[in-house]
Write a protein that binds this ligand. Sequence first.
Ligand SMILES: *[C@@H]1O[C@H](CO)[C@@H](O)[C@H](O)[C@H]1NC(C)=O
Length: 406
Amino acid sequence: MKRTTFLLVFGLILSFCQAQSETGAEEAAGEEEQHVELFTTPVTKMGAATSDFGYNLFRVLASREAATNIFLAPISASAVLTQLSMGGSERAERQLFRALRYHTLQDPQLHNTLKDLLLSVKTPGKGLSMAARIYLARRLRVTQDFFTLVEGQYGVRPKALLGGARDMKDINDWVTQETGGKVQRFLTKPLPRNPGVNAVSAAYFKGKWVTRFGESRVLQNFQVDGGASIRIPMMQQDSYPVKMGADSDLSCTIAQIAMQDDVSMFIFLPDEVTSNMTLLEESLTAEFVQDLSLTLLPAQVFLSLPALRLSYSTDLLPLLGDLGLAEWLEDQDLEKISAQPTKLSSVNHKVVMETAPEGNQYPSVAATPSHLSYRVDHPFLYLIRDEASGALLFIGRVVNPKDLTI
Ligand SMILES: *[C@@H]1O[C@H](CO)[C@@H](O)[C@H](O)[C@H]1NC(C)=O
């Protein structure tokens, strides 16, 4: 309730600014009509499920890696763990599906729905490329049916490793190829030498804005939690059309910035300079983000946003226990992969993301500068969402942009 009231008051301020710019108001009306009802079709329900898995994964990682930069492309992790589920017993499948949030879908065509979703978010204009594949240790006697099943469904064939240093090169080359050369050095050390199953997932994101930024790399101050401010390159633009709102419960201001091909970036900027975003992290769900997006109001702002170039990698295996898979990890039942008892030995994940000032529209030049500004100049959280399906493509917490490099 409190939240609604605050947004209404905020809305009045915004509509005042809006009234001064006729063109802005028309654009906003156009966007409204395009809005797709979420959670009603099999693909959007699947979008919500993969997002909820993604938020859970992010939360677990965020709580383990307090006060650091972290990034995930959860949809690629959903893809590879779903491939893995095809190698499990009924019990294993049930447990994995629960962690992946598929259990509420009651979708008899689940794999086809996921395949459709993955294809739609990978359309080139959206700027996302990804890789997801199961690699099986050399010493494992693998059931051929598993290869055929996964390849038939997802178009990517699990691969038996040869053992030794060649494997690392083989996996890295494949990931690089699948991501258009953007995700390099996926593995930096050889895989564990046990006869296990390795789940590989990676993604590269570089979306284009709808509205371009005039200034691309102006050095600006960024206030780090508990430290001096640092100088980082920012993209800047006056009269930039965004959707905006404030959340008094979470003490942050939210901006939604449109990207091409029906993708958007949501930025959650805490009111205070803090790297502790626990409260915010805890509230993220597909439904929360969807409800929130419906309350955001169009505004033209002076926008300044860090020019991000980042790469991040982690092994998700230690996180799975906190996603309700602790019991499954003890006894994995991957009987359709091999008759020998086998286990997951790694779930490596690597993401690369870049932002660029490009967009195919120029902001409408207002006679007077924007009344509002949105300066992303201290730690923040962001997510990239495919608006058509509601699927979470990318999520990150930026605590210190100086530490980010590709
Ligand atoms: C982070 O904030 C939450 C509540 O907002 C608090 O409970 C927690 O103790 C904080 N964590 C740290 C490390 O300060």
